[in-house]
Design a protein around this ligand. Structure first.
Ligand code: ATP
Ligand code: MG
Length: 554
C-alpha cells in the first residue's frame, strides 16, 4: 500500500487525548465547515483529513456543515461539488449534511437574547463613521452614539430590520463588547446585517443574515462540536468565539483550535484567486487538471489515497510554511508505481518498417500489466511489420550511454523482439522520416542465442493497430514558487503548463477507465479525460516518471 497506516500524532490529537483522559469529553465531535462559494482545493483536503481523520481514529463523529451566511456568493452547484469531493476523498459525514442556515431561527433568537442582556445594539452609523470610530491597531476605538440605546428600542429596531423596514447598509446589529480592546474583532463587531438576497436553502425567508463569527461558534455549540479546528487567521477571532458562547444560554462549550493552512508551491490556494483563474479563462474550469482543486486533481488522475497520504506527510502544526509541489507529486508517483497498469504509447512517432517480418497480418504478443504484480494479469499487444517508436529513441550515431536505437545497432522492443536499424530516410531538413530495420525472430522473451548483449529497451506501438489520441502534457500552472506574492498573479502563469500532442496508443488503452491512471512505459502516468469520445480519445498526463523539476534545479 502506498498509503501508510501510521496514525498521525500532532498537537491537536494531544489535546484530544488529554480531554478524553480528564473526562472533559466522552466522545469527540468535529466538523468540516466549507462555505459553498467555490470548489474544494488541496488546502481543504488537509482540513478534511484532519477533521474526518480524528473522528475515524477516535470513534467519534464529524459533521459536514455548509457555512452558508453569504447568499449572494453561494450556490447549490458548489454544495453538490463539495459533497461529491468529500465522499470521493473517502470520508463519510454524520447523518445529513448540516447547514448554518438550518440555525437561522435559533441564531436570531440568540441575537435577541444578547439585546435583552444589553450586550447588542442596532447601529445606524454610516459605514464611514463606523470605520472612523473603530480605531487602528495602535489607537483604541471610540463608542458609537447608538451604543447606549435602550434595550426596548434595540429590540424594536432589530425587529424592524428583520421585517425588511431598513435598506441594506442602513443599519447593523453589533455586539457590545469593548471599543478599546487590543483585539480589533472585539471592538463591537457586527453580528447581523441586512441583505435582500435569495438564499439557496432558506429562499426569501430572511432579509437579515448573521455574520461568520456569530454563526460559527453557535453552530458548533448546537451540534455539540467538542473541538472546532480552523486555520491560524482565526486566532484573534477565538476571543469573540468564546465571548458569544459565554454570553448566550447554551449548554455545550466547544473550543476552537487553530493550525496553519497549507500553502503549496507553484500554485494558489485561495478561492478568490482560483475564481479569477476560472473567470478570466486562464484555465478551462474548476476541474482543469492544472487546478489545485480536488476536482482538478481527480481529472488529472490523482487517487484519493495519494491525497490522504500527502495530508499525512505534511502533518498539522502551527507553523506557517510552504510545502514543495514535489511532495504531492511523490505521493501520486508512489501510489501509481505500485498500482497503475502498464501500457505503451508513442507521443512523437517515427515509423519503422521491419523488412524481414511477414508482409501481412499481425502477431498477438502477451505482456504483463505490471512488472511486480501478477494479479494484475496480462494483455495482448499486436505486433506487425510497421511500428512507431519515439523519434528521440533513435540516433544515427551515439555513444554507449545512449541505450536506445542507433543506426547499425540493436535494441529490444519492450515485450517483443530485438531489432536492428539497417538504413534510414530523411526529409530535406535532415529529419529522420523512416527507419528500416531487421528483427531477430529468435528473441521473443529471450536473449539472442549467440550471446550478443542487447542492453537498451524501448517502447513501441504497431502502426497499423495503434489508436490516435490527443495527449495533454500538463505541468505546473505557475513559474513562480509563490505566485500569490507576485503583483499580478497572471504574469507568473507558466506558458508551457499545457502542451498538446497527437500520439498513438496500444489498442488496449481504448478501454481505459476515465480518470484511472496507467503508466505509459518510459513516459509517465496518464489517464483518460472525461471529454473522450469513441471518435476522439484524450489522455491527461498525471505526473512524469521522475521529478524533472528537481533535476533542472540542480
Ligand atoms: P479560501 O481562503 O480558499 O477562500 P476559506 O477558508 O475561505 O478558503 P472555507 O470554505 O471557509 O474556505 O474553508 C473550509 C475549511 O477549510 C475551513 O475550516 C478552513 O480553515 C479550511 N481551509 C481552507 N483553506 C485551507 C488551507 N489552505 N489549508 C488548510 N485548511 C484550509
Ligand atoms: Mg472561510
Amino acid at each position: 500500500m502506498a498509503e501508510t497506516d501510521i496514525r498521525p500524532t500532532n498537537f491537536i490529537r494531544q489535546i484530544i487525548d488529554k480531554d478524553l483522559q480528564s473526562g472533559l469529553h466522552q466522545q469527540i465531535v468535529t466538523r468540516f465547515p466549507p462555505e459553498p462559494n467555490g470548489y474544494l482545493h488541496i488546502g481543504h483536503a488537509k482540513s478534511i483529513c484532519l477533521n474526518f481523520g480524528i473522528a475515524q481514529d477516535y470513534q467519534g463523529k464529524c459533521n459536514l456543515r455548509f457555512d452558508d451566511t453569504n447568499p449572494e456568493k453561494e450556490d447549490i452547484d458548489f454544495v453538490n461539488s463539495i459533497k461529491n469531493d468529500v465522499s470521493w476523498l473517502g470520508f463519510n459525514w454524520q447523518d445529513e449534511p448540516k447547514y448554518s442556515s438550518n440555525y437561522f431561527d435559533k441564531l436570531h433568537g440568540y441575537a435577541v437574547e444578547l439585546i435583552e442582556k444589553g450586550l447588542a445594539y442596532v447601529d445606524f452609523s454610516s459605514q464611514e463613521e463606523m470605520r472612523e470610530l473603530r480605531g487602528t491597531l495602535k489607537e483604541p476605538g471610540r463608542n458609537s452614539r447608538y451604543r447606549d440605546t435602550s434595550v426596548e428600542k434595540n429590540k424594536t429596531e432589530f425587529a424592524k430590520m428583520t421585517a425588511g423596514e431598513y435598506q441594506e447598509g442602513e443599519c447593523v446589529l453589533r455586539a457590545k463588547i469593548d471599543m478599546t480592546s487590543s483585539f480589533m474583532v472585539m471592538r463591537d463587531p457586527v453580528i447581523y446585517r441586512v441583505r435582500f438576497a435569495h438564499h439557496h436553502q432558506t429562499g426569501d425567508k430572511w432579509c437579515v443574515y448573521p455574520m461568520y463569527d456569530f454563526t460559527h461558534c453557535i453552530s458548533d455549540a448546537i451540534e455539540g462540536i467538542t473541538h472546532s479546528l480552523c486555520t491560524l487567521e482565526f486566532q484573534d477571532n477565538r476571543r469573540l468565539y468564546d465571548w458569544v458562547i459565554e454570553n448566550i444560554s447554551i449548554e455545550s462549550v466547544p473550543r476552537q483550535y487553530e493550525f496553519s493552512r497549507l500553502n503549496l508551491e507553484y500554485t494558489v490556494l485561495s478561492k478568490r484567486k482560483l475564481i479569477q483563474l476560472v473567470e478570466e479563462g486562464h484555465v478551462s474550469g474548476w476541474d482543469d487538471p492544472r487546478m489545485p482543486t480536488v476536482a482538478g486533481l481527480r481529472r488529472r488522475g490523482y487517487t484519493p489515497a495519494s491525497i490522504r497520504e500527502f495530508c499525512k506527510r505534511i502533518g498539522v502544526t502551527k507553523m506557517d510554511n510552504m510545502v514543495e509541489m514535489s511532495m504531492l507529486e511523490a505521493c501520486i508517483r508512489e501510489d501509481l508505481n505500485e498500482n497503475a497498469a502498464r501500457a505503451m504509447a508513442v507521443l512523437d512517432p517515427v515509423e519503422i518498417t521491419i523488412e524481414n517480418y511477414q508482409q501481412d497480418g499481425a502477431e498477438q504478443l502477451i505482456a504483463a500489466n505490471h512488472p511486480n504484480d501478477e494479479s494484475m494479469g496480462t494483455r495482448t499487444i499486436p505486433f506487425s511489420r510497421k511500428i512507431f517508436i519515439e523519434a528521440e529513441d533513435f540516433r544515427e550515431a551515439a555513444n554507449k550511454k545512449f541505450k536506445r536505437l542507433v543506426l547499425g545497432k540493436e535494441v529490444r522492443l519492450r515485450n517483443a523482439y530485438v531489432i536492428k536499424a539497417e538504413r534510414i530516410e530523411k526529409d530535406d531538413e535532415g529529419n529522420v522520416t523512416h527507419i528500416y530495420c531487421s528483427y531477430d525472430p529468435d528473441t521473443l522473451g529471450k536473449d539472442p542465442a549467440d550471446g550478443r548483449k542487447v542492453k537498451g529497451v524501448i517502447h513501441w506501438v504497431s502502426a497499423e493497430h495503434a489508436i490516435p489520441a490527443e495527449i495533454r502534457l500538463y505541468d505546473r500552472l505557475f513559474n513562480e514558487a509563490n505566485p500569490a506574492a507576485s503583483e499580478n498573479l497572471v504574469d507568473s502563469i507558466n506558458p508551457d503548463s499545457l502542451v498538446t500532442k497527437q500520439g498513438w496508443l496500444e489498442p488496449s488503452l481504448t478501454n481505459s477507465e476515465v480518470g484511472k491512471a496507467v503508466q505509459f512505459e518510459r513516459t509517465g502516468y496518464f489517464c483518460k479525460d472525461p471529454s473522450s469520445t469513441d471518435e476522439k480519445l484524450v489522455f491527461n498526463r498525471t505526473v512524469g516518471l521522475r521529478d524533472t523539476w528537481a533535476r533542472s534545479a540542480q
